[in-house]
Design a protein around this ligand. Structure first.
Ligand SMILES: C[S@@+](CC[C@H](N)C(=O)[O-])C[C@H]1O[C@@H](n2cnc3c(N)ncnc32)[C@H](O)[C@@H]1O
Length: 428
């Protein structure tokens, strides 16, 4: 291999990569340039990082027509929103293309083998995030920096919903007595209500409770959760925020700051609608819903299906979903707390059969999904993905198991970032 030049070189950015970086070519090799966008002509310093050739951005010589000044003062350092300097139409086009090309390259699934629906645009481009994970840093709350675990103190954040936007700056001084014992602080909002959770590195003490209660009182929050390293969380006030089930407003949906919640409430309605449209449950269909969380998809699915069995590893997620079922009077849903793979093995051993599966796994994907849905007799599978690479790998597995890809709906859940959500359907 030829040695890398010691002085910066000029490159033209061709496209955006899966992790949001600009991609260019140099002597037949692919170069990833964080902070650069398609159409930019840039000067970069080349660095070999493992197998990857990276270009450290030194200067944008000719800016792309889609480049714009960032509206956020922290965007050069903060790891939160990596596409703030790219105009929204270009962000959207890139997201659709990233999902399609990842399916092609990693999943060997050409785009002409499925119906590609137009991208679902988020109703709000800023001020949409109803949850955030923050860390303590020198008396402040912080996000991780760009491509590093350096902590960037944040007092206000325009990506958060109005009720959360200035909470980091107000909460940090009140939580000071907890700072050295805690790992993370999770913020959560639902409409005008907000709550927080503190993930502790040890047990809950009286000092922690006193500080968190004071913060809840002073900031007029609904409640807080103190989560010890081991044992049950300590609830202060009413940290479970009541929302409405998407497409089924007669059923309440509860969110808690120590449990997963879809970050963009309005775009989530589009996501659930898209998943329901693709799965199309009928009244004779038994649905297995893997990674069911707080029941975000469960209650809309149960409106037309014969039954829904939700599987979720988080005890809090299951508790919230069961509460919704109870209060909403929904009788045709049941939840099992456990690892999706192990629960599927158990269902197989019992000889259970299901017609439909909806899987909404974390970033790492759904291990063993293809084998399980096939053995459980599923006719149709809908996969909701927050990571294009995991989607591509699991989609390839489903195709190998005899499922035909039907349709793909990309949803822009996270404007100003490279993160993207997708719904893909399969049938056998
Ligand atoms: C992307 S979230 C989706 C949750 C829910 N479907 C929603 O829309 O809010 C993934 C969920 O999978 C759960 N989870 C993670 N690993 C799991 C596993 N091995 N088995 C079952 N659930 C798991 C997480 O707790 C989380 O609630």
């Amino acid at each position: 291999m030829q040695p890398l030049p010691e002085t910066p070189i000029e490159l033209t950015i061709e496209r955006l990569g899966q992790l949001g970086e600009g991609v260019a070519s140099w002597q037949g090799r692919t170069v990833f340039v964080p902070g650069a966008f398609p159409g930019d002509v840039v000067r970069v310093h080349l660095e070999q990082q493992g197998k990857v050739l990276r270009g450290v951005l030194r200067q944008v010589t000719v800016p792309s027509k889609d480049r714009r000044p960032s509206p956020c003062l922290l965007s050069a350092e903060c790891g939160g929103c990596d596409w703030l300097e790219l105009a929204e139409p270009a962000q959207r086009a890139a997201k659709q293309e990233i999902v399609l090309s990842t399916l092609e390259h990693l999943g060997h699934l050409p785009r002409d083998r499925l119906t590609v629906r137009p991208l679902l645009v988020a109703p709000r481009d800023t001020g949409y995030r109803r949850r955030a994970v923050m860390h303590f840093a020198k008396g402040a709350l912080a996000y991780f920096g760009r491509r590093s675990h350096e902590r960037i103190p944040v007092f206000a954040c325009g990506a958060l919903t109005p009720v959360l936007a200035t909470l980091p700056g107000k909460l940090a001084p009140l939580l000071k007595p907890l700072a050295k014992d805690a790992d993370e602080v999770h913020l959560l909002a639902e409409g005008s209500k907000a709550a927080f959770a503190v993930m502790l590195m040890g047990p809950v003490t009286a000092r922690h409770v006193e500080a968190a209660e004071e913060a809840v009182r002073r900031l007029r929050l609904e409640g807080a959760v103190l989560v010890p390293r081991e044992g049950s969380p300590r609830l202060l006030g009413k940290p479970a925020l009541r929302s409405l089930s998407p497409l089924r407003p007669e059923v309440p949906l509860y969110l808690r700051p120590d449990s997963f919640a879809q970050a963009h409430a309005e775009a989530n309605v589009g996501l659930v609608t898209a998943a329901l449209y693709e799965l199309a449950p009928r009244e004779t269909d038994a649905v297995l819903e893997l990674y069911s969380g707080n029941g975000n998809f469960t209650f809309p699915l149960a409106a037309t299906a014969s039954s829904v069995l939700g599987v979720e590893s988080s005890p809090v997620g299951v508790e919230l979903a069961q509460r919704s079922a109870r209060e909403g009077g929904v009788a045709n849903v049941r939840f099992i707390q456990g690892d999706a793979r192990k629960v599927c093995e158990g269902l197989l051993a019992e000889g259970r059969r299901f017609e439909l599966c909806l899987a909404d796994p974390p970033r790492t994907g759904a291990p063993g999904l293809a084998r399980q849905v096939s053995a459980l007799g599923m006719r149709r599978v809908v996969y909701v993905a927050c990571d294009p690479a995991s989607l591509a790998r699991d989609a390839a597995g489903l195709v190998e198991a005899g499922y035909k890809p039907l349709a793909l709906q990309v949803v822009d859940m996270f404007p100003q970032t490279h993160h993207v959500e997708a719904v893909m359907s399969f049938e056998r």
